[in-house]
Design a protein around this ligand. Sequence first.
Ligand code: DMJ
Length: 792
Amino acid sequence: MSATSSESFVRGQRLMLIFLVALCIVVACVLSTETTMPTQNMSNKERAELREEARAMFYHAYNAYMQNAYPADELMPLSCKGRYRGVTPSRGDMDDILGNFSMTLVDTLDTLVLLGDFAEFEHAVKLVIRDVQFDSDIIVSVFETNIRMVGGLLSAHILAEYLQKHADTMHWYKGELLEMSRELGYRLLPAFNTSTGIPHARVNLRLGMKDPMLKKSRETCTACAGTILLEFAALSRLTGDPIFEVRAHAAMDALWKLRHRGSDLMGTVLNVHSGDWVRRDSGVGAGIDSYYEYLFKSYVLLGDDKYLARFNRHYNAVMKYVSEGPMLLDVLMHRPHAKSKNFMDSLLAFWPGLQVLSGDLKPAVQTHEMLYQVMQMHTFIPEAFTVDFQIHWGQHPLRPEFIESTYFLYRATGDHHYLQVGKKALKTLQQYAKVSCGYAAVNDVRTGKHEDRMDSFVLSETIKYLYLLFSDPQDLIINVDEFVFTTEAHLLPLSIAQLGNATFSFRQTDEHNVLDFMRTCPSSNKLFPEKVRKPLRNFITGSCPRTTAGKRLSALDFQASNADHLRAVYDMGITMVSVGDRSQGKAKSHEEGEMGLQFMQEMLELTKMQSINQLAQLQAVAYATDEKPQDWIALMAGPSHFSPELTGDQFVQGDLILAKPLRACDETLENAEEAKGKVLVAERGDCTFVSKARLAQKVGAAALIVCDNVPGSSGETQPMFAMSGDGKDDVLIPVVFMYSMEFGKLSAVMQRRKQPLRVRVMQMVEFKRWQLAKEQRQNQTASVAQKPDKEL
Ligand code: DMJ
């Protein structure tokens, strides 16, 4: 066995091993514990029937497309005709998916092989070779064109050659699909000519980046730039032209450098030229999802350890900051303890599937269970849902992610629960999405109203994963364990790594912190899914109605002024004691009593956490007086949610200047020129904190202090808070808040002086540390000075 083939063999084994280990562990757990199995087992007969139903679903959609839409990119299932770019009324940016290149057919080719329909596959390949061309003056999304078109052509090419070898068919095929994918790859390459190497989001298929419409192109999403490598590496390995793989590696390297060095998290939108983050929200769903997926799968496909190390670093960060029980909530990459959204999006449903592949089963089971409850609550998983599982955005375009995760969980655990979940998903599609001409997206899950849209991923992913879920390995023509599924569920064989162009492996030691999360003891792998799911069974409001008719009130949400909250707290057995009322709280029921205890515990935890967090976040405005220029004094200040936080030894220094007018709510300041480079002071009131900050930034101030407008207020007597913004991240100067008493001291010193007062804005903890070190130094000098000469 050659070095490369043995490497690939090892990787193939590695992937299979993940499944086998998971399966063995599950079997061991079943044998060693007395777990009850509430899930009804599915008979082989029923499973086979569901597999055939999935097949019928495929043909219902495929035939509707072929007969009414082909060669269009997509089927419009309500009008029963094709959607053509530039002909069908535009849907704006969404149409960047379409390139008038028969996308649905290309995206669907490999599913035909999985279904064993070689005749239709051969026919479809001939159509693609005959009809599809790319020389169009059309701007397309680089990401979508890569995952759907390049990926679709490549996997179809690989399977065509596979059938030639193993099914003695398609002998006329001479690699035409590979040539097409190479041509398309070249047409995408101009997008990679950026100073960072991170590709532009869009490119003109004919004109490259020379299209005047692309002149201002700057922003792209992390997933858009980070979901290229699998297809481009395959393209290079198969054609022998290294350019694609080189460009894709460079983009991945550039992205990696942009991670936040403190949190190891990534944002979702960035500038391809400067590498600056435009949106610093960090989660695992929209805008970032498949970047994480491609880090892990690049390791599996190409065997380059650096991708596993990078994945692990991000994974640990996600599990530390984003994951909250079964939920995954966006935080700010630079301030990871701050949640940035109060909703989750449906794209994150792929995450449990990725967790299964990486071997972290327990959280995968938990998140999947939460999503299943969301699905049962709203029929489909809505595009976005709030943290209390209400609908934030009710659309559902028949996405595959949840079914994809269901499939991987079933493969890893063999638990029939996942077959039942898949059955439910399948029947729901049949009941609520099937129309006479294919399957229609749901415009709003509350009304069930349809939309004239059937995305290509319905055939290439949603139905494919359903079919796979209900198939046994022996039902399939290929051994799927020898393939990696791309993010669009296209199949790339692990053997691809044998084909030259070995990846460039420049190891960075800091990337090699290995599978920490897999080493936890007891290993999270050793948990039978039902045990993990059980405590979550009533996780979501309404799935199991309670007397309190809702989710337990958490200490974090509690407001003493809210009558409903007070009632809920009373029902839990907690009495809010006021003078003259000493009656003891008694829980309504045992269950609510337990909830009460939990609530109180959370309150305690919260108080603890708040003091730790507050101390770390507390900012300081430091200054020295004329009388004692060496003795710096620090006054406490609060941070903001919308400006960079000063941590460690970071500080901003400048002369203090009062804004004119003091409220700083106008278009500009009367003393704008003077304020440049200074630490500006503006008074609270009349407009938002963030608009004052934007004005300060506009006039070139180095930092902004917002002083309170309530006389007598002080950080000594009331809790410090962080000023909130409007969700945008455009304020780049530090902004802090000072209560009136603290600011009064500063203002008094300022007025006493003839010269401007120089202040330093910094982290309070750092100021204290600096002060302590200074004192220690002084003490040391003093004790050295006192020592007798002979001891020196
Ligand atoms: C697919 O095109 C791919 O799975 C992509 O990575 C994200 N979303 C869609 C389906 O939802």
